[in-house]
Design a protein around this ligand. Structure first.
Ligand SMILES: C[S@@+](CC[C@H](N)C(=O)[O-])C[C@H]1O[C@@H](n2cnc3c(N)ncnc32)[C@H](O)[C@@H]1O
Length: 241
């Protein structure tokens, strides 16, 4: 969807004490920014931060970094955080292209949770590698996720969901919770994002999974990796869940 440029977004972000314009400067030392060392949770593709703001207001026991590539949506995210969680003490916003996530986080950051809510589905096969769950990205996440660190992944998109089960499997992430109907699953706490609210209104079911970093089952070069045939994969990889 095309968004009109928001003239106010960049100046507001420039003046924001918890906006980090160059996240590569904090690689391996994010914890030094926070008043207290607490488990680090990061949200990738936070958009307007609708769910981020609720989460940050509720979960004072974690440190947060929420990132997006678009300064316009980050402008909205800043306003939403101000409204829900002011003063913002245990969260930072930052702008970056998460196809290069390993440039912004390192092993010393020991990220405990990565949150991916409604990342772009990139439906054309030739664009698949841009998905934030693609092995190109998951293999980077492995380098900075803590032992047993987890990825929380929500989507309404059936193809992205099915393909992502394969991505998590080949990249050594073990599913610890999966549902095809998040809002009937009883899972809590769930923070409803902007896109989630829209899909709920349309009556769509939301897929949700938690994937824990585990042993890497095979050698994998993320740059040359191709989807295997479904018949060569374990049948329990796919739902219904
Ligand atoms: C469909 S929106 C979802 C926003 C929000 N998480 C939600 O659930 O409402 C996807 C977001 O991911 C961001 N995004 C897409 N590709 C990205 C990338 N390579 N790096 C950082 N952000 C990205 C987009 O700018 C957009 O804000």
């Amino acid at each position: 969807m095309h968004m009109r440029k928001k003239k106010w977004a960049r100046p507001e972000l420039d003046a924001c004490p918890y906006f980090i314009p160059d996240p590569s400067l904090y690689r391996n030392r994010w914890q030094t920014l926070f008043p207290a060392i607490q488990p680090l949770h990061v949200e990738f593709g936070c958009g307007k931060g609708v769910s981020t703001a609720q989460m940050i207001a509720q979960e004072l026991q974690y440190n947060f970094v929420a990132m997006d590539i678009s300064p316009d949506v980050l402008g909205d995210a800043r306003r939403n955080l101000e409204q829900a969680a002011s003063p913002v003490t245990h969260a930072f916003l930052s702008r970056c292209d998460l196809e290069h996530a390993a440039d912004f986080f390192g092993p010393e950051d020991r990220v405990e949770r990565i949150i991916l809510s409604f990342c772009n589905p990139w439906p054309k096969r030739r664009h698949e590698k841009r998905r934030l769950t693609h092995p190109r990205q998951l293999m980077q996440y492995r380098t900075f996720l803590d032992t047993q660190g987890e990825v929380y992944f929500k989507t309404d998109d059936d193809t992205l969901w099915d393909d992502s089960q394969v991505y998590f499997y080949v990249c050594g992430f073990m599913p610890v919770f999966r549902t095809d109907h998040l809002h009937a699953s009883g899972f809590s706490p769930n923070y409803v994002s902007e896109h989630e609210a829209r899909y709920l209104q349309e009556g769509k079911h939301i897929h949700f999974g938690i994937y824990r970093k585990a042993h890497l089952p095979m050698d994998l070069d993320p740059l040359t990796w191709q989807q295997p045939n479904r018949s060569d994969l374990p049948p329990d990889l796919f739902g219904p869940f």
